[in-house]
Write a protein of this length. Structure first.
Length: 450
């Protein structure tokens, strides 16, 4: 219940920040260009609360926090008094109207840079990308990749984290040329050529690593029960703190991922635990309970909290930078995220990546909850990525999005007169239908993942 509450609050905070930043861009540019702003709204639907400033702008917070808008004085929408026409949006030159429209996505990019800078100043920990198991007969196995090697480059581009590897791998989806992976072990470098002509990803949950047959390394060690939840199946069965779990259904329990994987596959079924308590070895049967979650599939649990198995110190990397270095790194990462999003949008439009892979509001909700739980630095990274995605999507020339208005102004500049109001209204209706269908499709994808 607490996790669901955190997830919902994190989602609302994410939407408020990103929508607020986007609309603040339109608002600031409008004020700079002398356009009268009538309303600045965060959210749609029923008004929760509002206030009016000295310049007559209403600031509204509405009940549905899934977007926002800036309403400006415009003769295309309302009657404008003669003495106020110089403050109307439609009376401004094309370059000013374009600036006002472009400012929304631009503020999303600027915010992303500052969010990433904050992340680097706070500092983040990453895990070295060391290979765990290689799935037999997979693409990675056929290329000869070996366990316990550290990936150092993808297609000759240096990588230092699994995020780098995922982003560089996604860029190659749908390509025919070989994927080049460089690894290192004991100061010796190796090079592998992966044949990706028949590379197929799960359409709903595309995971490049899994589909290539690569499993990240996880630390192994003794699984020790830290505490037992009161009233749980574990307590009823007699499990105690400091019990060492040796095996599950006679399969060796060597790491936490292994433990959770086995319990997940035995929901509402008995699970036989072989434990060591002091010098005694015991077998205890525990029924795996089903834990239902609001925005993800149910998980199996027996009601124990486990001691974490520490990562080897040489695998943990702490990245914390000085202000100037953080500023430089933020620009570079923002550019990487922008390139990545552009490539993904291109692969969606060309059919190389399935539209089933698109995430909707539930995916963002789940991601924001996970990011908040992992700490402020990770949450800032999440906000930066989504902010850049939002900015790019708004630049698409789909009627109803900011990009379509820029196309209209280009048409007006070339032709010498604006597009007819009736045609603009028709295009906007068409665009809204497209956007609605895309949102419904993304939401259906989210439900399917659940």
């Amino acid at each position: 219940m607490l996790h669901a509450l955190i997830t919902i609050c994190a989602f609302i905070l994410t939407i408020l920040i990103l929508v607020g930043v986007h609309e603040l861009g339109h608002y600031s540019a409008a004020r700079l260009c002398g356009v009268k702003v009538l309303k600045f709204s965060i959210g749609f639907g029923k008004k929760l609360f509002s206030f009016t400033d000295k310049k007559g702008t209403d600031y509204v917070f509405a009940a549905i926090p899934l977007g926002g808008y800036v309403q400006m004085l415009d003769e295309n929408e309302t009657v404008v008094e003669a003495d106020q026409r110089h403050r109307a949006f439609n009376h401004k030159p094309i370059w000013q109207r374009s600036l006002i429209i472009l400012a929304g996505p631009l503020f999303n990019f600027i915010f992303a840079i500052f969010a990433l800078m904050g992340m680097y100043l706070i500092g983040i920990q990453t895990i070295k990308p060391v290979l765990g198991d290689i799935v037999p007969f997979s693409i990675a196995d056929q290329a000869g990749l070996r366990t316990h090697h550290t990936i150092i480059a993808i297609d000759n581009k240096p990588v230092v984290s699994w995020q780098d590897i995922l982003m560089n791998s996604f860029k190659r989806i749908g390509d025919d040329q070989e994927l080049l992976i460089k690894t290192k072990k004991d100061y010796v470098q190796y090079q592998y050529h992966l044949d990706i002509k028949n590379w197929r990803l799960n359409k709903l949950n595309p995971d490049p690593l899994e589909s290539l047959g690569i499993k990240p390394y996880h630390p192994t060690g003794t699984i020790i029960i830290k505490s037992v939840q009161k009233g749980s199946n574990a307590e009823t069965a007699g499990l105690k703190a400091q019990d060492q779990i040796i095996a599950l259904n006679h399969q060796p329990a060597i790491d936490l991922k292994n433990f959770y994987s086995i319990t997940q596959n035995h929901i509402n079924q008995p699970l036989l635990l072989t434990i060591k308590r002091g010098s005694d070895i015991k077998e205890i049967a525990v029924k795996v309970a089903e834990n239902k979650h609001l925005f993800s599939k149910a998980t199996g649990a027996i009601g124990v909290f486990l001691e974490p198995i520490p990562w080897p110190k040489d695998m943990v990397q702490k990245i914390q930078l000085s202000p100037f270095a953080a500023w430089q790194a933020a620009w570079k990462q923002a550019w990487n995220y922008t390139q990545f999003n552009v490539i993904l949008i291109g692969k969606l439009l060309t059919g190389k990546l399935s539209f089933q892979s698109m995430g909707g509001p539930l995916s963002i909700m789940k991601g924001s909850g996970i990011a908040v739980i992992q700490g402020l630095a990770i949450f800032l990274n999440f906000l930066a990525f989504i902010s850049i995605t939002l900015g790019l999507i708004n630049l698409l020339p789909i009627p109803g999005l900011d990009g379509s208005h820029l196309v209209y102004y280009l048409f007006e500049k070339v032709r010498g007169q604006p597009l007819a109001k009736a045609k603009q209204a028709l295009l906007i209706k068409f665009g809204m239908i497209i956007l609605f269908l895309i949102m419904v499709h993304a939401f259906v994808n989210d439900l399917a993942r659940l």
